[in-house]
Design a protein around this ligand. Structure first.
Ligand code: GCB
Length: 618
């Protein structure tokens, strides 16, 4: 009980609960997609709770949910016990699709930012009595509190990364009730903070899975090329459970490779496999191998590709060869259906359009996208930039904010560290230069490098104008010292002058690193035509693309680009009637799926770069 909020004995009586159980500590079930799973996707009941009534006491004071984890009164149905109460409250409630944001499913929730309670009932019979059971959430935006059969499993903060809880001790064979409070209110200290240029879709936006494991199971594994080598595969395996010390067998049958290793008292083993010759993953040859890891109690398989990625001077080298990154930025939205994208089909639609542009690279902006994207990119041969929502201005001096950014980065790396397609971890987008900002981002770079030293680190930075000459651009953000790519966004011709400025502009770039243009673009309403000076027309956007591509080729060290953006996307900060209507119109594809004129300009450039560019691999 929280002494701060429960003051009078009368209130104390009415808020009595069976127990305020502490959240159950769970091992991270990092490899959910590689395991046998039962889906809890489907119709979930929901209750919209804008005042967080579910977390208020009799006097309507908010509980401190950290110390009162089982929640408070819920609605008006005579409370005795919070778990029972939640059950009654849902009995007549409507349903939402999970996965799915609530904004695009219920008109009343289109702009809603607040709490929604969800419930899903399920039966589950374990296949062996000693097995363990986990519930896994691909993502819920932004903050979620999860309860099973009235007991709190835990709280997760961060809208785009997976989390899981062990429910072995709580699950019953029938009539389980999984209840979740999801809240998407924007707050200053959060990551992202209150101001963004995308829709704040709330809800359980990715898969919910039940995953049964043996009593001791393979909780995590990492398999990759040994740094500096092109034929030695190294990795580690982490067991969780009572039988921590076991022999691990790793096999890659397609390559006729196998090895054994012993886990230590903490359940951790390292292994190495030496191939005579290894077919390396690249966009031209996206070869994946079935890797099987087995111990006495468990076995798990995944399809994994092997490649190297590094920089040398101003080049990006894929498998040792210079590659030009023909990219496009993507938001995680399905413009045809509306709402947050999440499924394998959504990923196929978006990455299929990127392929139609002849991309070998995508920037998944501005937050971690669903695991389906990286998995499909592995298969399709598309390199990927993944990003966390450290966007514009966040609270650089707030230790909790840093911790939130760190946890999102860690969860993303843990999830996708075996994806060959993922070649860049990006820690931020357009963050104004200050000492506090730089030390915040440096801490993220350090975390990313210590979690995974095998990929490039970047951030989409800003450029500045020479105070004495507006046609002279300077790239000298001190944070660039810590990144592998020199990536920046620039909007010459749209927010910065008219497109003719693109023909005159000159550049001074302080760092000798690969120059990567993480954004440029112009709004165009699909179907709106005019001359090349008519803002928001397809012709303006087309002309800006032409001029920008010529300009970029004059920048020494220009090594790739991800123009802004593949598709129009919803944004509450784009209200211009009849033109924007709540959409950012910088897409090369409109909200109806139709291509704008600039699509063909970029595709033509990429076709040329593919044949004349520096790449043998991509
Ligand atoms: C940017 C941001 C991106 C915006 C874009 C725009 O620089 O990084 O999130 O959507 O500009 O359209 O203004």
């Amino acid at each position: 009980m929280n002494p701060k909020t429960i003051e009078s004995p009368a209130v104390l009586d009415r808020t009595k609960r069976k127990s305020c159980s502490r959240p159950i500590e769970s091992p991270t079930l990092a490899k959910a997609f590689a395991r046998k799973r039962v889906s809890l996707n489907g119709q979930w009941q929901y209750i919209v709770d804008p005042y967080d009534t579910g977390y208020r006491d009799y006097h309507q004071q908010l509980y401190d949910t950290a110390t009162n984890p089982s929640g408070g009164y819920f609605l008006d149905r005579s409370p005795r016990d919070s778990s029972e109460l939640i059950e009654y409250s849902f009995d007549d409630s409507p349903t939402l699709n999970v996965p799915g944001d609530w904004n695009s499913q219920d008109e009343k929730l289109f702009y809603y930012e607040g709490t929604v309670w969800y419930r899903r009932k399920f039966n589950f019979k374990k296949s062996a009595a000693q097995n363990r059971l986990f519930v896994y959430f691909g993502a819920a935006n932004y903050e979620s509190d999860v309860y099973l059969n009235g007991k709190k499993l835990g709280k997760h903060v961060g809208g785009f990364t997976p989390f899981s809880y062990e429910i072995t001790a709580l699950v019953r064979a029938t009539n389980n009730s999984l209840v979740m409070r999801v809240n998407n209110q924007r707050t200053l200290g959060a990551v992202p903070t209150v101001n963004t240029d995308w829709w704040n879709y709330g809800g359980i936006t990715r898969d919910v899975l039940l995953i049964e494991t043996p009593a001791t199971f393979i909780a995590g594994f990492r398999v990759q090329l040994k740094p500096g080598s092109t034929n030695i595969i190294e990795g580690r395996v982490q067991l969780d459970g009572a039988q921590k010390e076991q022999t691990i067998r790793v096999a890659i049958s397609d390559l006729k490779l196998s090895a054994e290793a012993r886990t230590d008292t903490n359940g951790l083993a390292h292994f190495e496999l030496a191939a005579k010759e290894l077919p390396l993953w690249s966009p031209l040859h996206p070869s994946l191998n079935t890797v099987t890891i087995a111990c006495d109690t468990d076995q798990i398989s995944d399809r994994i590709g092997f490649r190297t990625i590094e920089t040398r001077g101003t080049n990006v080298l894929l498998n040792g060869e210079p590659v030009f990154l023909r990219g496009i930025s993507i938001h995680e939205e399905n413009p045809l259906r509306g709402g947050r994208a999440w499924s394998a089909e959504d990923a196929r639609l978006l990455l299929g359009w990127a392929k139609d542009l002849n991309c070998n690279f995508v920037r998944l902006a501005h937050y971690p996208h669903s695991e389906n994207m990286a998995r499909l990119a592995d298969e399709m041969g598309i390199m990927v930039w993944e990003e966390i929502p450290v966007y514009w201005t966040i609270q650089w001096t707030n230790a909790e904010t840093l911790q939130l950014a760190q946890s999102q980065l860690e969860e993303l790396i843990t999830r996708d560290q075996n994806r060959a397609s993922v070649v860049v971890w990006s820690v931020a987008n357009e963050t104004p230069v200050s000492a506090e900002r730089t030390s915040f981002l440096k801490a993220l770079v350090d975390s990313a490098r210590s979690a995974d030293g095998t990929r490039l680190i970047s951030a989409a930075m800003e450029v500045r104008s020479d105070p004495d000459n507006p046609d002279h651009k300077i790239v000298d953000d001190p944070f660039s010292e810590f990144t592998d790519l020199l990536s920046f966004n620039q909007y010459i011709g749209w927010y910065d002058g008219t497109p003719d400025k693109l023909d005159r502009v000159t550049w001074t770039i302080k760092y000798a690193k690969p120059v990567f243009i993480s954004e440029f673009g112009a709004d165009a309403k699909q179907g709106l035509h005019g001359d090349s000076r008519t803002r928001f027309s397809e012709e303006y956007q087309e002309d800006l693309y032409r001029r920008t591509l010529l300009m970029l080729q004059r920048i020494p060290g220009f090594t790739g680009l991800t123009p802004w953006i593949l598709c129009d996307f919803r944004s509450p900060r784009r209200p211009l009637p009849k033109i924007q209507d709540g959409w950012n119109r910088k897409g090369l594809i409109g909200q109806n799926g139709a291509r704008k004129k600039a699509f063909a300009v970029l595709k033509k450039f990429y076709d040329k770069m593919e044949t004349s560019g520096r790449s043998q691999t991509g």
